[in-house]
Design a protein around this ligand. Structure first.
Ligand SMILES: NC(=O)c1ccc[n+]([C@@H]2O[C@H](COP(=O)([O-])OP(=O)(O)OC[C@H]3O[C@@H](n4cnc5c(N)ncnc54)[C@H](OP(=O)(O)O)[C@@H]3O)[C@@H](O)[C@H]2O)c1
Length: 261
């Protein structure tokens, strides 16, 4: 399939039905990209699409990334419609909090499939689309718990640490084909993911955590995407400022008295 030289960049953001992915989709669309929205629910994607200015530059694709056959279909659809992919953001993810010993195997399997196996399979599929053109960008959304694993977040921390390992291991192979690979690792972000936190996790951490705005994470990803040419960052770790210090006293100083001659 041939494309005009000035055709908009084709970008796929997994998990763009809400949260960080949605904020990023809105940003990329505002900057002129053709955005492929992805999630598991067509009605939710339709709502997101309705909020974007140019319907000609929006495509909605549904796939459960825990299912490898659906991942294959997703990328076959991208290839059939566009014949190319300029940017893949492996953003879709889930979490699992609470004591490890009580977590069912099915929940662990689901978490590993979505947070680790899916980015691996999506990156492989994207690589096949990007390689013939000798260009493309893959951005993986990790978490700062990859480097600082937390109790009550064992499996999630492990999937993100593995995602980071896969990113660093793969980067050179992709670069040889002209494809850049970035890793963005935010701290806590204010999204729906927090609704799945168990009570013990909330009691232990939540009051102490300051959350980033999803738009701030989108800023970091946009920075990677805009970074010119062959340059890349190995990793961006995004953290919230700590609690602000109490403001310095604003009591007005006693004015200096005029000194008579
Ligand atoms: N929020 C945080 O504190 C935080 C911190 C660091 C890193 N992160 C990472 O940031 C990324 C985005 O998270 P978020 O906070 O924006 O979460 P979110 O608001 O819960 O959004 C998660 C997205 O992933 C999609 N998704 C989940 N499971 C899926 C599956 N099986 N198949 C396809 N799509 C699936 C969801 O789509 P559906 O509409 O189909 O559910 C949704 O679009 C994740 O990788 C997360 O680990 C988040």
């Amino acid at each position: 399939m041939s494309h005009a030289a000035n055709a908009p960049a084709v970008v796929l953001i997994t998990g763009s039905s809400r949260g960080i992915g949605r904020a990023l989709a809105e940003r990329l669309h505002a900057e002129g990209a053709h955005v492929i929205l992805h999630g598991r629910d067509a009605a939710t994607l339709r709502q997101v699409a309705e909020g974007l200015a140019d319907p000609e530059r929006v495509t909605q694709l549904v796939a459960d990334l825990a299912d490898s056959a659906q991942i294959e279909r997703l990328f076959a659809e991208v290839e059939a419609r566009f014949g190319r992919l300029d940017l893949l953001v492996n953003n879709a993810g889930a979490t699992l909090t609470g004591p490890f010993a009580g977590q069912p195997s099915a929940a662990l399997r689901q978490l590993i499939d979505v947070n680790l196996r899916a980015p691996l399979l999506c990156t492989r599929a994207a690589f096949r689309l990007m390689k013939p053109r000798g260009q493309g960008t893959v951005i993986n959304i990790s978490s700062n718990v990859a480097a600082m694993p937390l109790p009550l977040l064992t499996a999630y921390s492990s999937t993100k640490a593995a995602l980071e390992a896969l990113t660093h291991a793969l980067r050179e192979e992709l670069m040889d084909a002209g494809i850049r690979m970035f890793l963005v690792a935010p701290g806590a972000v204010d999204t729906d993911i927090v609704k799945s936190y168990t009570r013990d996790f909330v009691e232990r951490y939540d009051g102490a955590i300051r959350r980033l705005d999803p738009a701030t994470v989108a800023d970091a990803v946009m920075g990677c995407w805009r970074l010119a040419g062959e340059a890349h960052w190995k990793q961006i770790v995004l953290e919230h400022f700590p609690e602000p210090r109490p403001a310095a006293s604003t009591t007005p100083q006693t004015p200096a008295r005029e000194v008579a001659d």
